[in-house]
Design a protein around this ligand. Sequence first.
Ligand code: OGA
Ligand code: MN
Length: 297
Amino acid sequence: MTIDIHYADAPLGHEIRGIDLSQPISDDVFAEIEAAYDRYGVVLFRGQNLTPDQQIAFSKRFGKLTQYVVDRYNMRTHPEIFVVSNVLKEGKATGLADAGRYWHTDMWVTANPPRGSILYAIEVPVDNGVPKGDTYFASTAAAYDALPDDLRQRIEGRTAVFSSEAYFKARMARTPKDPVTGDYTDSVKERMQQRPKEVFQQHPMVKVHPRTGRKSIYYAEEAIDHVVGLSPEESMALLDEVRRHILQPQFIYRHVWAVGDMVMWDNISCIHKATGDFDLPLHRTMHRTTLASLVAA
Ligand code: OGA
Ligand code: MN
């Protein structure tokens, strides 16, 4: 059998049709799914109806799973599932509402970030018939291939220093202030004070995919403090150039969600971003499983 791939008008974001992921999948079909995932970086399935156990079982076909760094939003009965949700229950968060409204790879704060993530839509916000909460994906592999020689030479072999504090500051700059006091609300101030100590993590600006050998640009918006060996101004200028190069429309796929969609992304060959263009009372709930790094820790 050859799987039926419906290609997106982008290097990534292709839909695999005709597969019910709640059922056992033969090794042959699975090998084709994995090959498509490795090759394109983002593949997706629609119209699925999966229990947490079924999502975990499918995810485990790819190998070991890993758990999200903060365990507060891991499903209690199924800790392999990380809940992305804006829904409150008795006033309390049922999941992480903001799972990344900036271009990022998952868990860049770790030395060996996950291989990838698998996000399954349980509730999708719809406003006047228009689905909200789209997720964008950009192929950093296609962007690498298309690098102008000059920019390629300037990033190849370079190391970027990611910082939890750089990310936090950028996030604060996007957090609205109280219109009356002109300051952050008490709960935001509390969060600021309670944030963990700054964590630095180095990553090469170009990563080689351990399965495909293909090179990709490793980048996250607003999370990089500086590039090793460059002045702050040179770092900023280089990162800005990299950002503008990657975020060209020809490298980007925008996923408009429907309940039952399952999108899986490779955490090296692409970056992604949540739009977050919705609010309560609209509900958005996703279940995420995370594939462990292919690189030994
Ligand atoms: C994530 C993530 C994006 C979204 O779960 O890692 O970035 O649109 N999610 O929920
Ligand atoms: Mn993410």
